[in-house]
Design a protein around this ligand. Structure first.
Ligand SMILES: Nc1nc2c(c(=O)[nH]1)N[C@H]1C(S)=C(S)[C@@H](COP(=O)(O)OP(=O)(O)OC[C@H]3O[C@@H](n4cnc5c(N)ncnc54)[C@H](O)[C@@H]3O)O[C@H]1N2
Ligand code: MOO
Ligand SMILES: [Mg+2]
Length: 396
């Protein structure tokens, strides 16, 4: 059986290379930028006044002048004005272009204004004060955003400031989520005593919505001929199959065989991990990718977080930041499997601490309600001490 690290490496080797598309600025939130973005002009584009007050020459103040006749009032949004006479000033508003011939702004709070003369009360006025110099944040042509970043509200603002009404982003794959199993009924149905509702499909659809992907939902009965026919149809319109259930050893776990008949090339089946051991991964003709997630709800979720999400982010050229956290209590786990423990996180004196959430196993969906992520305890160890740090996967 392959290790978690080997499985991840194989999954990442099958990342796709999406095309780019342009979307409207507001539609780009949460998407992945597909191009570097440079400053179209200096940031700020002019010497920007940062306080409402008067603009003067600092040398006039140093020479002893305190009463400055006001030549004009200069609002933000007006073209640059000029100071015509030494010893005079202009009233200026925050956001205005610093008037030519001035080099300091004294706020109203440090002046008295009387009959068109501003008297400076401050003890000091130095050149450059209350001015945001042109190009001091970024110079025209400098890279502001790099391709591969996930677009946040701050990035939206930056894109707006450089004129991106349309934003180049990577196209998202079209994903079909298929639940399998004759014990499953629709959410609105009242299950019979031997049935359950097909919750995995919605959990996966929700996780994908957080990635801006609107997946299509399907259900396959445990009947190979019907499964094959439906999957062939589903594959006509989708790049990725996210399957839940039907991949283990059961007499009705038909997926591996059905996929094979559709031209499936398995990359791996089974990973040395708990939960999620029976996971199946492979490809279909036309570069389609199949994730066969084990049906137990926690296994489904864990395999989504540990393998599908990194695959998606790598395909979209997004960076991945490895994380870790310290166990707060001692654990023992003997099988030679990576043990993914759902944990609740907290900070303690700047250190991220992870407390395992009690669970009855991978069928216990409620165990991940409280969880912030998974701590992955390595297979070569049996005892895990409080205070030891392990790799952490944060849930979305
Ligand atoms: N003899 C063995 N039996 C099992 C093994 C094994 O190695 N040898 N592995 C166990 C592990 S671990 C898991 S995980 C499961 C995986 O099973 P499948 O992927 O085949 O999934 P199913 O058999 O279809 O279902 C398992 C379980 O999950 C429930 N389920 C399935 N789909 C949904 C859904 N959409 N929403 C909610 N719950 C769902 C299903 O009712 C079953 O209870 O196999 C073990 N067995
Ligand atoms: O390992 Mo299974 O994935 O625990 O239920
Ligand atoms: Mg099964």
């Amino acid at each position: 059986m392959i290790s978690v690290a080997q499985a991840l490496q194989l999954v990442l080797q099958h990342k796709i290379s999406p095309q780019t598309e342009e979307v409207e600025l507001l539609q780009s939130l949460g998407r992945t930028l597909a191009q570097d973005v440079t400053a179209d002009r200096d940031f700020p584009p002019f010497h920007r006044v940062t306080m409402d007050g008067i603009a003067v020459r600092a040398s006039d103040f140093v020479a002893g002048i305190r009463a400055f006749p006001i030549e004009e009032i200069h609002a933000a949004g007006s073209p640059q004005k000029t100071l015509h006479h030494p010893g005079h000033c202009l009233e200026v508003m925050t956001g205005a272009v610093l008037p030519q011939g001035t080099d300091a702004v004294v706020p109203y709070e440090e002046c008295t204004m009387h009959e068109n003369v501003a008297t400076v009360l401050a003890e000091k006025v130095r050149a450059g004060q209350n001015i945001h110099p042109q190009g001091s944040d970024k110079k025209a042509g400098e890279v502001l955003l790099t391709s591969g970043v996930k677009i946040t509200p701050a990035i939206l603002g930056t894109l707006a400031s450089v004129g991106y009404a349309q934003v180049p982003v990577f196209q998202l794959p079209s994903v079909a989520i298929c639940s399998t199993g004759d014990e499953l009924v629709e959410v609105q149905q009242q299950p019979l005593p031997h049935q359950i509702r097909r919750s995995n499909a919605y959990m996966l659809a929700g996780a994908l919505q957080q990635e801006n992907i609107q997946a299509s939902l399907f259900h396959l009965p445990d009947e190979p001929a019907i499964m094959q026919k439906r999957l062939a149809k589903i594959l006509e319109a989708h790049d990725v199959l996210l399957l839940s259930g039907g991949v283990s050893k059961g007499k009705f776990d038909f997926l591996p065989q059905v996929l094979e008949e559709l031209g499936f090339t398995p990359v791996f089946h089974k990973i040395a991990q708990k939960p999620g051991k029976p996971m199946l991964f492979g490809t279909l003709p036309e570069q389609k990718v199949v994730f066969g997630l084990p049906g137990n709800p926690v296994s489904t979720f864990v395999c989504y977080q540990l393998f599908f999400r990194p695959w998606l982010h790598a395909s979209l050229h997004q960076d991945h930041q490895p994380a870790s956290a310290q166990l707060t209590q001692t654990l023992t786990f003997k099988p030679a499997l990576t043990y993914h423990v759902p944990v609740k996180l907290h900070q303690d004196q700047g250190i991220l601490k992870a407390t395992p959430i009690p669970t009855t196993g991978s069928g216990d969906l409620t165990s991940i309600l409280e969880a912030d992520g998974l701590l992955s305890l390595p297979p070569e160890q049996e005892n895990f001490a409080a205070g030891e740090a392990f790799p952490l996967t944060l849930f979305t």
